[in-house]
Design a protein around this ligand. Structure first.
Ligand SMILES: Nc1ncnc2c1ncn2[C@@H]1O[C@H](COP(=O)(O)OP(=O)(O)O)[C@@H](O)[C@H]1O
Ligand SMILES: [Mg+2]
Length: 320
């Protein structure tokens, strides 16, 4: 990867970072009604603290009765109750169209304006600020990066906006983050443009941008699905490491139950916009309560059941 002249951000008075769309803050009590009418209020700084095991933690965010409909279609989500516990890795799984992305976007307050919503979402303390307190990684890394802006600048922009860093400091942070996400030769790569990177490298950049403002919640929505198997495994390991190192809570969205089992403390299973099952990974994989979860697991048995059960720290059932 060569160095590209003119990639430096100095002199660029104002840019809008493309990874994040509009974000509306709710009032200071931490609860907000999920309606399209938003209230403005004061955000808050992230509170640093020791990472405590998920079981000991109160919910970071509690969703109650979330229903989302697009236009006049049947609801994409129906009456979802779901907590994300501070410090946990929660996987959200289900087949295509089951409502995973809708749910992930609802947590990040990124649903399109056309979505009709009902229910409440309550955050520990006050409502978070998207891009700063919630990092979001999308499936398609190419689509989440600005094609005409050097990638280092895109990451630096997040740090500059949300951490109030100067450009030199923000660029230094981008460089540091490029190292942390395993990009080779960060000093050079910060000047590259997205089309000069591989799919895996672009997703590493997107991850660097997502964590640049030190979010407390990282949402990865099928972040590895467009990648080949080996790169996918590397990115999953990276997400796990970054979450641990930075004490981030993780919402990992995937259609792949084996991948979810590899990473998650708890698994939530969605089908047709309804929550079918929710529990610790070992329980959901080893003693699934719901027939749909059993069918998802059965689809792996005989094919790649060893990885699935190994991921859940168990041996495969003898009768398959
Ligand atoms: N922006 C949108 N406009 C209209 N319908 C949508 C939109 N986004 C998702 N849907 C519909 O909502 C349902 C759930 O979609 P989605 O949340 O993307 O599921 P998943 O991520 O599990 O594939 C699907 O029927 C999908 O077609
Ligand atoms: Mg999706």
């Amino acid at each position: 990867m060569g160095r590209h002249g003119g990639g430096g951000p100095h002199g660029a008075a104002h840019c809008t970072f493309p990874l994040y769309r509009s974000w509306h803050r709710a009032g200071g009590d931490g609860a907000r009604r999920l309606s399209r009418r938003r209230r403005r209020g004061r955000g808050r700084r992230r509170q640093e603290g020791p990472v405590v095991s998920a079981a000991q933690q109160a919910p970071l965010v509690a969703l109650r009765g979330l229903t989302v409909a697009y236009g006049d279609d049947a609801p994409a989500l129906s009456a979802i109750d779901l907590d994300i516990r501070a410090g946990e890795r929660l996987a959200l799984i289900g087949e295509s169209g089951s409502g995973k992305s809708t749910l992930a976007l609802a947590f990040a307050d990124l649903l399109p304006a056309s979505a009709k919503t009902a229910g409440t979402i309550e955050w520990e303390g006050t409502s978070p600020l998207g891009g700063r307190d919630i990092g979001f990684v999308f499936q398609n890394p190419a689509g989440s990066l600005d094609p005409v802006m050097a990638v280092g600048r895109q990451v630096a922009e997040v740090a500059r906006t949300h951490l109030g860093l100067s450009w030199p400091d923000a660029l230094a942070r981008a460089c540091d983050l490029f190292g942390r996400v395993g990009l080779p030769d960060p000093d050079t790569l910060v000047h590259a443009f997205p089309h000069q990177l591989s799919g895996g490298q672009k997703q590493r950049v997107a991850l660097a941008a997502a964590i640049a403002a030190r979010p407390k919640l990282l949402i990865a929505d099928e972040a590895t699905s467009a990648l080949d198997t080996i790169v996918q495994a590397e990115i999953v390991a990276l997400i796990r490491r970054l979450a641990a190192e930075d004490g981030m809570t993780l919402l990992f969205v995937s259609h792949d139950i084996a991948l979810a089992a590899e990473l998650a403390d708890r698994i939530a299973v969605l089908r047709g916009g309804r929550l079918m099952e929710l529990g610790p990974t070992r329980q959901v994989i080893g003693r699934p309560q719901n027939s749909y979860t059993r069918s998802l697991i059965a689809a792996h048995i005989g094919l790649d059941s060893p990885p699935l059960f190994a991921a859940a720290n168990m041996s495969a059932p003898a009768n398959g």
